[in-house]
Design a protein around this ligand. Structure first.
Ligand code: 5AD
Ligand code: SF4
Length: 518
């Protein structure tokens, strides 16, 4: 949970291009010297550009890959990627791992063995950023011991002007900074970093195109599949529309082909990913194809479970509810971030729905899918939030009856509209609200689990339980964690388990039927 209260730190002062010494200017890149370090900038992040939402068509590229001459570059070398933040970042890491392994690099967990270390960063709250700067501090020592080590910073923080300036000025030992739209350029950036002594900065601010066919290293039996990138919602507290660019949907045929292929490979569950999956397809100019259509097509694919993240209540339409009601492989779990239960707060957050509209959506969903599991995201302590408005959040939480929720103290992000709003809520009040909210959610989660005792649930067995090697752990269709006794042969299969004990965040049970065919 976040601790910060004050205005987000603005590091823009660290680096001033107008006074930095230019030592080389070549086509498309400028090399500066700052604090004795040469920094070669192919492109730097630009907040004004990131706000732009151009009308030009999105280009889909099917020909990105690793050029033959770079396929040996990582032979006998090792890599580590540290990933911070959301599933989108986890999935980007899978892509980068895929690329690195095609370049000959092998994965390691031993820092001393690593020849390349990447930090795939998150910018959503200040504490996420603090963790990355803390990690950079540790890596500085490693770099001193092993000067040949390539250190890279990528992900959402690298899209922020102020962060890139701070790294350039204060963390000159970093070798590469690249943005969320530049991931496919990784092989070339590594080549540059290996063969030049300069820090390479390549962060495109223009909304990225869609790059298909990049290699991906997936593990386990659950896979993430991007269906769209970016976000056009511009909630006033959120940095994502700036760091991830404009909304752009992958072509349905590409998504469907990827999911079919994952099914053929034996994956048991896929999660469709997007910052606002309900906006899927809105950018297509040649076809009428929405998220409801996509889910209907997913329903026809022979893969046991299909999930999706994240929904925006404003775009969640009746067609989608009707498709989800078909069930089958479409599971009864919807993550539906509400952020606040107060209509006035929602307005200031620019969420574009009222408390009543949200509750109406929940009613509609529950009518058609009575056993649906709803989870949510909530922010407390937004600038100006009154006690009454917070009470509205508490009462909404009770009314909806969420199974669980991610809860956050508001964290100001440089460049977002909320960062310049006056924040008159003291930190101790924010913390107290968070505590009360968490207590209420814990209570409702426990109550829901208590009511499940005696029910038989379908479980996808993931492996041995983390705390007890004699037990197995798995997930229900609604993503609830359950532990039970059973043979290790059941791992990666579906079984039926009767719930015997309930706890706040998990359940215990006994095996009823082994290996349900799927
Ligand atoms: N401060 C606190 N929480 C935030 N989130 C997004 N931006 C902020 C911020 N500035 C939360 C929202 C979102 C989740 C992914 O992170 O609840 O749904
Ligand atoms: Fe951020 Fe709002 Fe977009 Fe979600 S919908 S990514 S909270 S701007």
């Amino acid at each position: 949970m976040t601790q910060e209260n004050n205005k987000s730190k603005d590091y823009a002062k660290y680096f001033d291009f107008s006074t930095a010494k230019v030592i080389k200017q070549e086509e498309g890149k400028t090399t500066y010297r700052i604090n004795g370090r040469e920094i070669s900038i192919n492109s730097a992040p630009n907040h004004t550009e990131e706000k732009r939402r151009g009308k030009e068509d999105i280009q889909v590229h099917y020909d990105a890959g690793i050029p033959d001459e770079l396929k040996e570059i990582g032979k006998d070398k090792h890599y580590i990627i540290y990933t911070f933040g959301c599933q989108m970042n986890e999935h980007d890491t899978e892509t980068m791992k895929g690329m690195l392994e095609e370049m000959g690099y092998q994965s390691t967990e031993d820092r001393k063995l690593a020849d390349i270390i990447l930090l795939n960063t998150c910018a959503i709250r200040e504490n996420a950023e603090d963790k990355v700067f803390g990690e950079l501090g540790h890596l500085k020592h490693l770099k001193t011991e092993k000067p040949g080590l390539i250190l890279g910073v990528c992900g959402c923080m690298s899209q922020e002007e102020s962060v890139v300036h701070r790294i350039m000025a204060k963390h000159g030992f970093v070798d590469m900074i690249f943005g969320t739209h530049n991931i496919h350029r990784l092989p070339y950036l590594i080549q540059d970093a290996l063969f030049s002594k300069e820090m390479v900065v390549e962060v495109w601010s223009k909304e990225g195109d869609i790059i298909e066919n990049l290699p991906k290293k997936r593990e386990g039996m659950r896979a993430w599949v991007n269906i769209m990138y970016g976000c056009d919602k511009f909630c006033t507290y959120c940095i994502v529309p700036f760091t991830r660019g404009k909304e752009r949907s992958r072509r349905p045929e590409d998504v469907i082909a990827e999911v079919r292929d994952l099914a053929r490979q034996g994956f048991k569950e896929i999660t469709l990913l997007g910052q606002n999956v309900n906006a899927y397809g809105k950018d297509f100019t040649d076809i009428e194809y929405t998220f409801a259509h996509l889910m209907d097509d997913m329903h026809k694919i022979d893969i046991p479970r299909v999930r999706f993240m994240t929904s925006h209540p404003r775009d969640f339409d009746d067609q989608l509810i009707d498709v989800l009601a078909k069930r089958g492989n479409l599971v009864e779990h919807i993550h539906l971030p509400v952020q606040s239960g107060s209509t006035q707060m929602l307005k200031i957050m620019s969420r574009k729905y009222t408390r009543e509209q949200y509750l109406e959506l929940v009613r509609k969903i529950k009518k058609v899918i009575p056993d649906v599991v709803l989870t949510t995201d909530i922010i407390v302590g937004f600038p100006g939030e009154t006690d009454e408005q917070f009470e509205d959040t508490l009462s909404l939480v009770k009314e909806v009856g969420y199974d669980s929720a991610y809860t956050f103290i508001y964290s100001p992000r440089v460049g977002t509209p909320a960062a310049s709003m006056e924040d008159n809520v003291p930190m101790d009040v924010k913390k107290e609200r968070l505590q009360r909210l968490n207590d209420s959610i814990k209570q409702s989660s426990r109550q829901i689990h208590d009511n499940m005792v005696g029910q038989v649930v379908e479980v996808l067995v993931e492996g041995e339980s983390k705390n007890n090697a004699n037990m197995l752990s798995g997930r229900t269709r609604t993503n609830k964690l359950i532990h039970f006794e059973g043979s290790k042969d059941l791992i990666e299969t579906f079984v039926h388990v009767k719930v015997t004990d309930s706890f706040t965040w998990f359940m215990k049970g006994e095996l009823v039927t082994e290996q349900v065919p799927m």
